[in-house]
Design a protein around this ligand. Structure first.
Ligand code: SF4
Length: 500
């Protein structure tokens, strides 16, 4: 009796790892598998269709509504199907054409979309966290599982910013640093929650970040993004306070505002109150550094607002003076009246002032985390489009080629190369993968006129009609009518009377 033949392993050549995969097994990235001797991409190719339906999850999970009708594979009836690179596969090494080069006629123009999943060693995410609370100083290190994966960037108006990933963390540190960084990026890009620790070891701040969700800072879920800085808040709400308070202080870690000294107060004839703020005066009614950054009032470390006040000037202040102190989100507020010794004493807040704090809170937007993937199109990506890659770069800059990621609008940075940035919430769920080199795998599509594709040295013999791409396994994702349309003529210079 002869021994049954052991199934031969096949080699996956979709990335530099070059896995040997046995029958019925998947490769190191779980994206490719050996199915009876054939190398298959495990995630389905995703096609976007214009529709008013809600987005269908890319990978159906137990939580998804399984009663939703499954797609019958008929893409031709859909209005402008767009073949995304999600599930398209990668090409390696660089000289091979992209996995799908698809043509279809759009409003009389023959368009081509080159579809590929790019392997990004040079990539990261920019995270915007809408909060005033201190989540670390600029340049503080961001850690996951004890590994450095990025740093705190400049704060923006009402938001803190993180820069995570990048080639130095993916490849420039230890093996574990690269693996942990890649895993954190993958989860953030696929809209999962990731726990970050920020700052020096003896003063770590825990921040949980998830695209489209409120941040959780040291276990407390943030609610509101501030209405403005302290100075802006004085300007916006000055009239609400007239007649109800003699002085208003809007406590803010960046710019604390003081009504009587502020230009808004001056123009409304608010008299001087003799107040003293313990901070660095910038311009009238605007103070910097009233306290240390923290998770208290207005992003400071204080819970008692009186801490930022010095003694009132006895020549100007008066007994019975009414003082409102409020934070930039209106969530914290306190009302005081000066006693005969000109000391502020807590008092019952008049209703109009209570309402003004509520109005500040009402004008605040919900606090959310935004995750933007950022990466540069390298050799495989560009050579998969054309044999002359620099022509693709020029074509993108000349607005003859439109770049999208999973069908979502990508911002292309000025200057050299094709460096794109895209909001992961605009992309189909589960758009990202990884390879253990380590690198992130992200979908990228280049769309242009067929004539332009020929002119830049495209792989013309590889072009297929969109109707030939669909298989029963292809996944259809509905796209709302308001979503970005990569094939809209408005994306291209030739539609604007430019050179054709
Ligand atoms: S890591 Fe994935 S893409 Fe790379 S060779 Fe292995 S199976 Fe193929």
């Amino acid at each position: 009796m002869t021994k049954p033949e052991k199934p031969e392993k096949i080699r996956c050549d979709a990335c530099p790892v070059m896995c040997y995969i046995a029958d019925g097994k998947s490769g190191a990235c779980d994206r490719y598998a050996n199915h009876g001797g054939d190398l298959i991409r495990l995630d389905a190719l995703t096609i976007l269709e214009s529709s008013d339906q809600k987005l269908v999850p890319f990978l159906q999970t137990d939580q998804d509504n399984l009663d939703e009708p499954a797609w019958n594979g008929d893409i031709v009836k859909g209005d402008r199907p767009f073949v995304t690179a999600v599930g398209a596969g990668t090409t390696y090494p660089d000289y091979k054409p992209a996995p799908f080069i698809v043509s279809q006629e759009i409003e009389g123009v023959d368009m081509v979309t080159v579809v590929t999943e790019g392997i990004f060693s040079y990539c990261g995410v920019k995270v915007k966290i809408d909060t005033d609370r201190h989540i670390g100083h600029e340049r503080d290190v961001v850690w996951v599982e004890g590994e450095p994966i990025g740093h705190v960037m400049t704060s923006e108006y009402g938001s803190k910013m993180l820069s995570l990933g990048g080639v130095e963390h993916l490849t420039g540190g230890s093996k574990k640093e690269g693996r942990v960084t890649c895993d954190a990026l993958l989860r953030l890009c696929n809209r999962e929650a990731v726990d970050l620790q920020i700052g020096p070891e003896n003063d770590l701040i825990n921040v949980t970040v998830q695209a489209g969700k409120a941040p959780v800072i040291n276990g407390v879920e943030e609610r509101l993004m501030r209405v403005g800085c302290g100075s802006a808040t004085i300007g916006m709400f000055a009239k609400q306070w007239l007649g109800h308070a003699d002085e208003v202080v809007v406590v803010d870690d960046h710019i604390t505002g003081v009504l009587s000294e502020h230009e808004a107060g001056k123009q409304l004839d608010v008299p001087a109150t003799g107040i003293k703020i313990m901070g660095r005066r910038s311009t009238p009614g605007r103070y910097f550094q009233v306290a240390e950054p923290g998770t208290g009032w207005g992003g400071t470390n204080i819970d008692d607002p009186l801490q930022i006040l010095g003694p009132f000037n006895s020549k100007t202040a008066w007994s019975g003076q009414r003082l409102l102190m409020v934070s930039t989100t209106g969530e914290q507020f306190a009302y005081f009246e000066l006693d005969d010794a000109l000391e502020p004493q807590p008092a019952k807040m008049p209703e109009p002032l209570q309402k003004s704090a509520e109005l500040i809170a009402e004008n605040c937007e919900p606090s959310v985390c935004s995750v933007l993937f950022m990466g540069g199109a390298g050799g495989s990506l560009r050579a998969g489009v054309t044999e002359n890659p620099v022509r693709l770069t020029r074509s993108v800059k000349d607005a003859l080629t439109h770049v999208s990621c999973g069908g979502a609008q990508a911002y292309v940075w000025p200057g050299g190369g094709i460096t794109v940035m895209v909001d992961v919430l605009d992309m189909p769920i589960g758009s990202f993968g990884y390879v253990p080199t380590p690198a992130l795998v992200a979908p990228v599509e280049f769309t242009l006129r067929r004539s332009d594709y020929g002119a830049l040295g495209g792989h013309m013999t590889e072009i297929r009609r969109v109707s030939d791409i669909a298989t029963p396994e292809t996944r259809k994702v509905a796209r709302s009518g308001r979503a970005h349309d990569p094939m809209s003529a408005a994306n291209y210079r030739w539609s604007k009377g430019g050179e054709t």
